[in-house]
Structures are given as C-alpha cells and as structure tokens.
Ligand binder design. Structure first.
Ligand SMILES: CC(C)(COP(=O)(O)OP(=O)(O)OC[C@H]1O[C@@H](n2cnc3c(N)ncnc32)[C@H](O)[C@@H]1OP(=O)(O)O)[C@@H](O)C(=O)NCCC(=O)NCCS
Length: 265
C-alpha cells in the first residue's frame, strides 16, 4: 500500500509541473485523497463489505468532489488533476499511468446490470470535461480532448475530439483506396483539404462516399458513350468525355472546397 502511494505521488510530480513537494501533494491534491480512499473502499468492496465501501466513497466525494464507485478497477500511477466533478462508474476499468482532468465522466448509457462503463487502457489521457459513455475500450495511449463526448471505441494512440468525437490518427500511411480518392479529387478540381485519411468526421465521411460514387458514375457514363458511338458513328463520345466544367460548376466546386478548408481548420 505504501509502495503504491509512493508511486501515485511520483505520478503527480511527473504529470503536474505545479507540484512542489511531497507534503504539498499529500495535503492539497484532491486526486490523491480520492485515490487513497478509493483503494481502501475497493478492498472493502471486494471483501463484500459493500455498505462500508459505499459510505467511504460517499465521504470521499463529499471531501474531494470526485465520485469513484468502489467497484471501479483502477491501475497503478493513476492521476486525477484538479478533480472536481469527476465521476467514475462501477464497472469502469482503468489501466496504469492514466490521467484524468476535472469534470470527466466515465459513465454508462444503460440501466442494465453488467459491464456498462468504459475501459481505459494504459497511458490514456482524458481532458477536462470529457464524457466517455458506454462499455467500450479506449485503447493504449489514446488522448481524449477536453469536452469531447466519446461513445465509441478509441483506437490505440488516437486523439478523440469534439461532440460526437471524431478520431485523429497521426502518421497513418494512406491506403490504396484513400490514395485513389485523392487522385480523383485532384483530377476533378478538388484540392483534398478535407478528405484526409487521418480524420473521422461525418462530413468528411460523406465527402468520401460522394467522391467514390461520382467516380463510379463517370466510368459508367464513359462506357455508355463508347457503346453509343459504336451504334451511331456520328456520336462524338470524345467531346462528351472532355467537356470542361462550366463557370457555374467551377464556382460551386470552389465554394465546396473553401467550406471543406474552413471545416478542417
Ligand atoms: C486533445 C489534446 C490532448 C491534444 O492532442 P493532440 O494529439 O496533441 O492534438 P493536436 O493538438 O495536434 O490537435 C489535433 C486537432 O484537434 C483539435 N483539437 C485539439 N483539442 C481539441 C478539443 N478539446 N476539442 C476540439 N478539437 C480539439 C485541434 O484544433 C487540431 O485540429 P486541426 O488538426 O484541425 O488543427 C488537447 O487538445 C486536449 O484537449 N488536452 C486536454 C487538456 C486539459 O484538459 N487540460 C486541463 C488542464 S487544467
């Protein structure tokens, strides 16, 4: 227990530049107080002293503003900075070296019994005010931006931001399909500002679907023109293929491009 406390205090020094000395951390960090009380409450919960466990966690909430259900499983070197308004549900599981800021909720979305709260793997950081709701996993070293609302599994190392959260996965190589989409978007005059492979956003996803559908339709039209020109040699399929965009079409493309650019900023 003492070894664990020492580790928890070291975690504060590692993750809060404002921490000055051990006495200060022990006496003024509500995250440490809540964690200490939770470790005792969790032991009581596991030993089937459920009433005492709930009493202790209620007292902890009163004293620190942090509500951790005694059934929640918490790993080593857990750090809650500031703390006020944090809620951690009964079936939440937290790995090692996880950091939460104030106002974070690890909550459920159902009243059914069983696993209903999230699992946070090692090294996850959750920004102030973020809500992670449901029995899914936030994988290793993922970050959740402040005020994000996350309702789906977060991949390893990803950053989840916004409401509903979109995922940003840095340094992911573009796959063949994405490269083809980019080439096509560029060929019809779009600069693929918004269609990057590293963002998951409903608008961008919609744009991808439209680009794919547009390309398919264009292929079919070309094929149709070729067939027609076989039936009717006067039909100038070549001209149809290469018909340039009108000024009005170009203006629309430019407007969409500008809108995408603004949204991806
Ligand atoms: C998410 C966070 C961890 C940054 O992670 P990161 O991987 O370094 O991400 P980046 O800073 O590269 O930002 C990536 C994109 O997400 C956006 N973004 C970052 N945080 C965001 C947030 N909380 N909400 C919405 N968008 C956010 C950025 O603007 C950027 O957008 P862009 O690619 O269009 O420019 C950080 O922004 C955050 O929210 N940290 C929590 C800090 C906190 O709660 N502090 C409390 C101290 S008291």
């Amino acid at each position: 227990m003492l070894k664990q406390l020492k580790e928890d205090i070291q975690a504060v020094f590692a993750r809060d530049p404002a921490a000055r000395n051990t006495l200060e951390v022990l006496t003024t960090y509500p995250g440490i107080h809540a964690l200490l009380m939770h470790r005792v409450a969790h032991e009581l919960w596991n030993k089937d002293c459920k009433g005492s466990a709930r009493l202790l966690s209620s007292f902890s909430r009163f004293a620190t503003g942090i509500e951790i259900h005694p059934g929640a499983k918490i790993g080593r070197r857990f750090f809650i900075d500031h703390g006020m308004g944090v809620v951690i549900g009964e079936t939440a599981e937290i790995g090692d070296d996880v950091t939460l800021y104030h106002g974070v909720t690890l909550g459920g979305t159902t009243w059914n019994k069983g696993k209903r709260h999230p699992t946070l793997e090692d090294g996850v950081i959750v920004g102030a005010g973020a809500k992670i709701l449901g029995p899914f996993t936030v994988h290793k070293n993922a970050k959740v931006g402040s005020n994000a609302v996350v309702t789906k599994e977060v991949p390893e190392g990803a950053t989840a931001v916004g409401n509903p959260a979109r995922f940003i996965i840095k340094n992911k190589p573009a796959d063949d399909q994405e490269a083809r989409r980019r080439d096509y978007a560029a060929s019809i005059g779009f600069q693929p500002y918004a269609a990057t492979e590293d963002q998951s956003d409903p608008v961008l996803d919609g744009m991808r679907v439209l680009l794919d559908r547009l390309q398919q339709n264009e292929k079919r039209m070309n094929l149709l023109c070729q067939r027609l020109s076989l039936l009717d040699p006067t039909f100038k399929s070549q001209q149809q293929d290469e018909q340039p965009y009108s000024a009005e079409e170009l203006k629309i493309i430019e407007d969409v491009r500008r809108e995408c650019e603004t949204q991806s900023k």
